[in-house]
Design a binder for this molecule. Structure first.
Ligand SMILES: O=C(O)CCC(=O)C(=O)O
Ligand SMILES: [Mn+2]
Length: 167
């Protein structure tokens, strides 16, 4: 539950950087700079929230010391899917993948080491964090077509961030 709240905080902070949601936000180590009426930049804010979620989730899953250097962001609209694939673009398969989901729920398909292994279907909701690494690092996975809906944070979208050690 704590992870969920923190992931939601992260997206709120991002929204805040471009708009109106600033007043009263707790300040968690970043630096705030007023640009003009109603606009403020929170330097380093989302990054510090993301770092905490991701490193704690990785450690809880058995990958202490995970230091991602890349974040891939996918935005899904209703009907969008991601076919079964392995994450192979990273140089070091010793590091896990840490995935943070925000907004509309989705069905995550988590298969096996072969493309046609029957996948588990796991419903991911906003704030859920999935970590896979070690013997599971090259597991085939994908996302079922997104069902339509509305989420207060993201409207008709789902956003997924995958933190990786690419280099
Ligand atoms: O959207 C997701 O939950 C998974 C994203 C993913 O597998 C990828 O970007 O490689
Ligand atoms: Mn992937």
């Amino acid at each position: 539950m704590a992870e969920r709240v923190r992931a939601l905080d992260m997206i709120r902070h991002r929204d805040a950087a471009s708009g109106d949601l600033l007043s009263g936000l707790p300040h968690a180590g970043g630096r705030a700079e007023a640009l003009a009426d109603g606009a403020t930049i929170l330097w380093g804010f989302a990054e510090s929230a993301a770092e905490e979620i991701v490193t704690r989730a990785a450690a809880a899953a058995g990958f202490a010391g995970f230091e991602p250097d890349a974040c891939l962001i996918n935005r899904y609209e209703p009907g969008a899917r991601l076919s079964m694939h392995q994450d192979r673009n990273e140089r070091d398969f010793g590091a896990p993948i840490v995935s943070v989901s925000l907004g509309l729920p989705a069905v995550f398909l988590f298969g096996g080491s072969r493309r046609h292994d029957r996948p588990r279907r796991v419903r991911l909701e906003s704030g859920d964090v999935v970590v896979w690494g070690g013997p599971a690092r090259l597991t085939f996975h994908g996302i079922e077509p997104l069902a339509d809906g509305h989420h207060p944070l993201t409207g008709h979208h789902r956003i997924n961030l995958t933190f990786r050690k690419a280099g």
